[in-house]
Design a protein around this ligand. Structure first.
Ligand code: BES
Ligand code: MN
Ligand code: ZN
Length: 498
């Protein structure tokens, strides 16, 4: 998709489709007024005939309005004037994007960012780009007879009234494009099946990203490297699989070497059958998405490098399969993590924490300013928060505030959960320093408490994305979350505001 900024009289600009807003109670936006005037009232008459009420995100396509250069006009409801917030506007953008994606128009001119007054142009442009990208995303590379739209949307113009708005829109477009590209990459990796997207495949994709980007260097630690480092927890999960595990480490250098980096750690479990504690058959296919945390880290590093942010960022993605096998972890096995702490594996299906704990210990060497890990860690988090918010766990108030704000701004929300010491007892083991599970209650919190034992050397937060990383039902597929949240956090950390 190509996005650009355009100025001029909306009624006279040539385009396949002009998109603008109408408020409730037939209050026309400035663009709508111009179009109504040029069409000598035809717009208002057609709106009345269609009973268009301007409710938020309602759409109406109009053809052959007289006196208008655009071939078609897409009207989108903005709700009551002055009441639309950024969240509502994202619904408007998404609705417009969905119509444009299937309307057989190759290009469109959008004045919605001008019509929704009172919101910052830069953030609106960013949201428009990410919403249109979401609406036009398809994953059909594995269909032998893909049916792409006959006329795909290829060019989107944003209408700007003046010079300073045009500049703000341009900056927002660049940010939106970076977030969208990172999100798309995370979706693609997530949607690929386990037989294609193996740990080696993830590593190769990360390496590919590093090529041609001078500030991004990618290294991949192999099984023997991990053995040398004493990563007994990570390696114990991989023992049940014929695919060798990989520890992907991506270094983005956008600041002087002495600047402490932000470290993003992502669970890259390319298929989670549960191991010897085998999962039930129903919906097990969804466990191909168990690498979505890792994919989000890779996607965020892609966005970070596209934005050329003045930060140092390290992405660490431990990647493995979790399968039953004669050599797999058995319930009751005790393994020694890189930190020296021993773990009794009471359930081989609680494998995410086993690969993440060694990745967290490994992260200590970067002397991080902060570490955020992202993982499809627990089904319990889906029970607690459903599919709207990711679970946020941290003892660091400042970090909590930053991540909550970033998610709110990016339309990729998280909700803070407790991480109190009170829950730590649930991990007591009779035979090792800790067990890898902690009973039936508070599963998401106990999972986070396990990770906390490996994250004492730096400010740390954990995002459980089990409920947000993919969608089920008719519209199934990876969402790319939390790439928008993480990229927004990096933008904030880089001091980029707006
Ligand atoms: N990858 C799963 C978590 C998961 C399950 C995410 C369902 C999304 C949907 C994780 O490895 C897992 O199996 N967790 C167990 C932990 C339990 C054994 C303590 C779970 O949630 O059941
Ligand atoms: Mn599991
Ligand atoms: Zn898992």
């Amino acid at each position: 998709m190509e996005y650009h900024v355009k100025s001029g009289d909306p009624a006279r600009l040539a385009t396949s489709c002009l998109v603008f807003g109408i408020h409730a109670k037939h209050r026309l936006s400035a663009t709508a007024q111009a179009v109504d005037l040029a069409s000598t009232g035809a717009l208002k008459r057609q709106l009345a005939r269609a009973g268009f009420d301007g409710a938020v995100a309602k759409t109406l396509m109009l053809h052959e309005l007289p006196g208008i250069a655009a071939h078609r006009v897409l009207v989108v409801g903005l709700g009551e004037a002055g009441k639309l917030d950024a969240k509502g506007l994202r619904k408007v953008f998404a609705a417009a994007g969905r119509v444009l994606a299937t309307a057989s128009v190759a290009d469109a001119l959008v004045s919605l960012t001008a019509d929704a007054t009172g919101l910052p142009a830069r953030a609106m442009a960013r949201d428009l780009v990410t919403c249109v990208d979401e609406a036009t995303y398809r994953f059909d590379r594995l269909k032998s007879k893909a049916t792409p739209p006959k006329v795909p949307l290829g060019r989107v113009g944003l209408l700007a009234g003046d010079r300073s708005t045009a500049n703000a829109l341009r900056r927002g477009i660049a940010e939106g494009e970076a977030i969208a590209a990172g999100t798309r990459l995370a979706k693609d990796l997530g949607n690929l099946p386990g037989n294609i997207c193996t740990p080696a495949y993830l590593a190769a994709e990360a390496r590919r990203l590093g090529r041609g980007r001078s500030k991004l260097r990618v290294e991949v630690l192999e099984q023997k490297d991990m053995a040398r480092l004493g990563m007994g927890a990570l390696l114990s999960v991989a023992r049940g699989s014929r695919q060798p595990p990989k520890l992907i480490v991506m270094h983005y250098r956008g600041a002087p070497a002495r600047t402490p980096p932000l470290v993003l750690v992502g669970k890259g479990l390319t298929f989670d059958a549960g191991g010897i504690s085998l999962k039930p058959a129903a919906d097990m296919d969804q466990m191909k998405y168990d690498m979505c945390g890792g994919a989000a880290v890779i996607g965020t590093l892609a966005a970070c490098s596209q934005l050329d942010l003045p930060l140092n960022v390290v992405g660490v993605v431990p990647s493995s399969e979790n399968l039953p096998d004669g050599d797999a972890n058995k319930p009751g096995d005790i393994v020694t993590s890189m930190s020296g702490q021993t773990i009794e594996v009471l359930n081989t299906d609680a494998e995410g924490r086993l690969i993440l704990c060694d990745a967290l210990t490994y992260s200590e060497r970067f002397k991080p300013a902060a570490v955020v890990d992202v993982a499809t860690l627990t089904g319990a988090c889906v029970v607690a928060l459903g599919h709207h918010a990711s679970g946020l766990f941290t003892a660091d108030e400042a970090l909590a505030g930053e991540l909550l704000t970033a998610g709110e701004t990016a339309g990729d929300r998280s909700w803070r959960m407790p991480l109190w010491e009170d829950y730590q007892d649930q991990l007591d083991s009779n035979f090792a320093d800790m067990a890898n599970i902690g009973g039936k209650s508070a599963g998401a919190i106990v999972g986070a408490c396990f990770l906390a034992r490996y994250a004492k050397a730096f400010p740390w937060a954990h995002l459980d994305v089990a409920g947000t990383a993919w969608r089920t039902g008719n519209d199934k597929g990876a969402t790319g979350r939390p790439v928008p949240l993480l990229t927004q956090w990096l933008l904030q950390r880089a001091g980029v505001v707006g």
